[in-house]
Design a protein around this ligand. Structure first.
Ligand code: GUN
Ligand code: ZN
Length: 427
């Protein structure tokens, strides 16, 4: 049966990074959904003409938009989010690796996967691209949990064979067998897809990176996700481990791990050659602003990279990031823009959290916007969710001013309802 949701329905018609940001989106009165797809966007009367016996939900003046897309997360780090006082390499060794060891237990992996997806849905995020642990069963746990909720999700086993505890290392041969079995089991099943996931070049030998490059060539519809140039001492370590590499990106490029469909998290300390190559091949970069401040990594050059025409998404980087909320993540992206002297407009922030992230995952024909034929993943935001937000929003003279206090001060309290695959998931 057709559902018609009424409110302030926001749909992007272009990129707010090209020209006047306020011209990139349009407000409609209603959106119609049927069979997991958006069937129309327009006036309430138009939607009811399309489907006269539709079930109507009136969300009043709430903002109805595409569900948030979180382009880089580590679901296994859910329980260690907000761990104090370490920078990247110490943070991995002190908090992350000990926690990831627990995911050899499928019951624990399943419990955390369900907890993680409860948290992200409560925050209005309807799709994520997650790293799992080295254990194949951590992928099974995540994929099963996402499948059970009808979510579009991407995940892959973090492949490592050096510079990590023995219990988190595989080998070239076992990683090849595990990855291929996981691709065969999950890639393209329902709304799920697989990402080949070398954790980052320091934790794989050249032989393992080469095997993963060949595996990607043999499975080209998979994404390939990894980390790139997150902290200065990490970049120096990579250079010492790969003395013949021209730069950090070259440690991937040399082994077939650069191409369209490559998704690089962080990408803060890029050299000119790396920027040129990333643009040339149209690879994706993912900005993780709460992580970059929380772990003390640095300031992503959004304005410069966007001006070059790079493909960029936005992400929490749970649990290096300090929040499950894409609203909190947009706020951090705004603050980093301010520190760089280039504040982001509310339209740009909302676009990054939806269309931009979907583009970075090459899924913008399916998710991240409201238009006929797109999949029906929707968040309904209350723009007056707390007294502090409400008193500021009351002063607003247009939509962008009305939504900006929610971007800066909102969290799961601002999420009124979430629809996944055309069905009400929360609210
Ligand atoms: N680099 C390699 N592994 C990780 C991780 O788990 N989190 C972050 N933020 N960076 C990484
Ligand atoms: Zn990460």
């Amino acid at each position: 049966m057709t559902q018609v949701l009424c409110g302030q329905v926001l749909a992007f018609e272009g990129s707010p990074f090209d020209g006047d940001p306020t011209e990139a989106a349009r407000l409609h009165e209603a959106v119609a959904l049927d069979g997991g797809k958006i069937t129309g966007v327009g006036t309430r009367a138009q939607m009811l003409e399309l489907a006269p016996d539709a079930q109507v939900t009136d969300y009043g003046n709430r903002l109805i938009m595409a569900g948030f897309v979180d382009a880089h997360v580590h679901y296994p780090q859910t329980a260690i989010i907000a761990s104090w006082g370490k920078r990247l390499l110490d943070w991995l060794n002190s908090y992350t690796f000990p926690e990831e060891m627990k995911f050899g237990d499928p019951d624990y992996a399943g419990m955390i996967a369900e907890r993680y997806l409860d948290l992200v849905l409560a925050n209005g995020t309807t799709s994520v691209c997650s790293y799992c642990t080295v254990h194949a069963q951590s992928v099974d746990a995540f994929m099963s949990a996402a499948q059970g909720r009808g979510m579009r999700a991407v995940a892959g086993k973090s492949t490592m064979n050096r510079n990590a505890p023995e219990g988190l290392c595989d080998t070239v041969a076992s990683a090849q067998a595990d990855n291929q079995a996981l691709i065969d089991r999950w890639h393209g099943v329902d709304r799920l897809s697989y990402a080949i996931t070398p954790r980052f070049s320091p934790t794989s030998t050249p032989e393992q990176l080469e095997m993963l490059g060949a595996l990607w060539a043999a499975n080209p519809t998979c994404l390939m996700q990894t980390h790139l140039s997150e902290q200065t001492d990490e970049v120096a370590w990579v250079k010492s481990l790969f003395p013949e590499a021209r730069d950090y990106l070259d440690t991937y490029e040399a082994y077939g791990l650069l191409g369209p469909g490559a998704v690089y998290g962080h990408a803060i300390y890029l050299e000119p050659r790396e920027r040129d190559r990333l643009k040339e091949v149209d690879a994706s970069l993912v900005h993780c602003p709460t992580s970059n401040t929380f772990i003390g990594s640095g300031l992503f050059d959004m304005a410069g990279l966007m001006a070059e025409g790079q493909r960029i998404g936005l992400a929490t980087d749970t649990g290096g990031g300090s929040s499950f909320s894409m609203l909190r993540t947009m706020a951090a992206a705004y603050e980093i823009g301010q520190l760089k002297g280039t504040p982001l407009h509310a339209a740009q922030l909302l676009w990054l959290a939806t269309v931009g992230s979907a583009q970075s995952l090459r899924m913008d024909d399916k998710i991240g916007n409201l238009a006929p034929g797109m999949e029906a993943d929707i968040v309904v935001l209350d723009l007056h969710a707390t007294p502090a937000i409400a008193q500021r929003a009351e002063r607003a003279s247009d939509l962008w001013e009305a939504v900006f206090p929610t971007i800066m001060m909102g969290d799961d309290r601002s999420v009124h309802a979430v629809w996944v695959n055309g069905a009400l998931a929360t609210g």
